[in-house]
Design a protein around this ligand. Structure first.
Ligand SMILES: *[C@@H]1O[C@H](CO)[C@@H](O)[C@H](O)[C@H]1NC(C)=O
Ligand SMILES: *[C@@H]1O[C@H](CO)[C@@H](O)[C@H](O)[C@H]1NC(C)=O
Length: 351
C-alpha cells in the first residue's frame, strides 16, 4: 500500500518535471530568422591580432559580411587583415573605450549593411596582465575594467537594437579567469567576472526577443596577450613604478620568482591550438543551436567546474600550487629574501 503510493508520488513528480521542461522549452522557442549567410553581417571588436583577427578571416571565408573593429585601423594587423580577406570585409576604427568611435562604428554599420542584417556582435577586444594587485598601477587597473567591461557594455548597448531586430546574437569573450580567481589575475579577473555577470543577466533578459547571449571562456592561449615576454616586460615596468614601501614588503626575491613562475607557466601552459578556440567562436556565430557557454579546451570546463565544487580551502591550495609561486614576500619571509633573521619580520612599511 505504502509502496504503491510512493510510486504514485514519484510518477507525479516526474510528470510535473516533464511538464515544466516542456513549458520552459516552449517559452524559449523563438525560431531564428531564416537568412542566408551571405545576408548576415557580423561585427567583431579587437581584430588587430589574436582571436579577433583569426575569427574575422574565418567568418569572412564562410561568406559573412565582416565589420572588423580595430584599435588602430591603419596598423599592421588591420592592413594585413584587409589584404588577406575578401574585399567585402570592412575594417573600422574602433577603440571600445571611445564613445565617439562606438557611435561612428554604429553609423558605419547601419550605412553599409546594404540589405543585410546585423546578425552578431562578437565582443572580443580585451587586454590582460598577470601581476599581484598591489603591484598593479591604479591607472592600469582602471584601463582594464574600461576596456574589458565598460567598453564591452557600451558596444553592446550601441548595437543591441540592431541585434534585437534580427533575433541575432551577442557573443562575449570572457575567460576562465571570469569563473575562478587565480593569484596574479586580480585586475583581469575583476573585469572578466563583470563580463560573466552582465552576460548571464542579459541572456535571461534577452530571452523575450529571441536574442542569444553567448559566453566563450577560453583558457590561456598563445595569442599576443598570452606571450610570456609581453607579460614579464609589463610587470618589470610595474615593479619600477610601484611605491617603494610596497616594493620593500614584497621584495625583489619574491618578485623575480613570481616573474620566473609566470614565464614558465605561460611558455608551458599556454595552448597553441588557437583554432580550437576559433572553432567555438565560429560555432557560436553560425550554429543553428549554439551552446550558451563555450569553454575551450573542453576538458578545462570539466576541470574548472569540478574545482568550483570543492571547499574553498582546497581550491585555494590547488590554485596556489598551479601558479608555481614558491616563495613568500619579504615581509613574511625575510631570511629567504636575503635579510637577517629578524629583519623586518612581519613588519609592514605601513606600520
Ligand atoms: C561608456 O559610455 C559612457 C556613457 O556614454 C561614457 O561616459 C564612458 O566614457 C564610456 N566608457 C568606456 C570605457 O567606454
Ligand atoms: C556582454 O557583456 C557585457 C558586460 O560585460 C554586457 O553589458 C553585455 O550586455 C553582454 N552582452 C551580452 C549580449 O551578453
Amino acid at each position: 500500500m505504502i509502496e504503491s503510493s510512493a510510486i504514485a508520488v514519484g510518477v507525479a513528480v516526474l510528470m510535473l518535471i516533464l511538464v515544466l521542461v516542456l513549458v520552459v522549452l516552449a517559452q524559449f522557442r523563438r525560431p531564428p530568422l531564416m537568412v542566408a549567410t551571405g545576408f548576415k553581417a557580423v561585427l567583431i571588436t579587437g581584430c588587430d591580432q589574436g582571436f579577433g583577427y583569426m575569427l574575422a578571416k574565418r567568418l569572412d571565408g564562410a561568406g559573412y559580411k565582416i565589420f572588423a573593429g580595430c584599435l588602430d585601423a591603419e596598423g599592421e594587423g588591420a592592413v594585413t587583415l584587409q589584404k588577406e580577406a575578401s574585399p567585402k570585409l570592412e575594417v573600422i576604427q574602433l577603440d571600445v573605450t571611445q564613445d565617439d568611435q562606438v557611435e561612428k562604428a554604429r553609423v558605419t554599420v547601419v550605412d553599409s549593411l546594404e540589405g543585410r542584417v546585423l546578425w552578431a556582435v562578437v565582443n572580443n577586444a580585451g587586454m590582460a596582465s598577470h601581476v599581484e594587485f598591489e603591484l598593479t598601477p591604479k591607472a592600469h587597473f582602471r584601463k582594464m575594467v574600461d576596456v574589458n567591461l565598460i567598453g564591452l557594455v557600451n558596444v553592446t548597448r550601441a548595437f543591441l537594437p540592431l541585434i534585437r531586430a534580427t533575433r541575432g546574437r551577442v557573443i562575449n569573450i570572457s575567460s576562465m579567469a571570469g569563473r575562478t580567481g587565480v593569484p596574479g589575475f586580480t585586475a583581469y579577473s575583476a573585469s572578466k567576472y563583470g563580463v560573466v555577470g552582465f552576460s548571464e543577466c542579459l541572456r535571461r533578459e534577452m530571452v523575450h526577443f529571441g536574442v542569444k547571449v553567448i559566453l566563450v571562456e577560453p583558457f590561456i592561449y598563445k595569442t599576443a596577450m598570452g606571450t610570456a615576454r609581453n607579460v614579464v616586460n609589463q610587470n618589470d615596468n610595474f615593479w619600477e613604478m610601484a611605491d617603494p614601501g610596497i616594493r620593500r614588503d614584497y621584495g625583489e626575491y619574491f618578485f623575480s620568482q613570481t616573474q620566473e613562475a609566470r614565464r614558465t607557466l605561460m611558455m608551458g601552459g599556454a595552448i597553441k591550438k588557437l583554432n580550437e578556440a576559433i572553432d567555438c567562436l565560429e560555432d557560436a556565430v553560425s550554429s543553428p543551436s549554439p551552446c550558451l557557454r563555450y569553454v575551450p579546451p573542453w576538458h578545462m570546463k570539466f576541470l574548472n567546474d569540478l574545482l568550483s565544487l570543492l571547499p574553498f580551502t582546497i581550491q585555494d591550495y590547488i590554485l596556489h600550487r598551479i601558479t608555481l609561486i614558491r616563495s613568500k614576500p619579504y615581509m613574511v619571509m625575510p631570511v629567504e629574501n636575503g635579510g637577517g633573521p629578524r629583519a623586518g619580520r612581519r613588519r609592514s612599511h605601513a606600520l
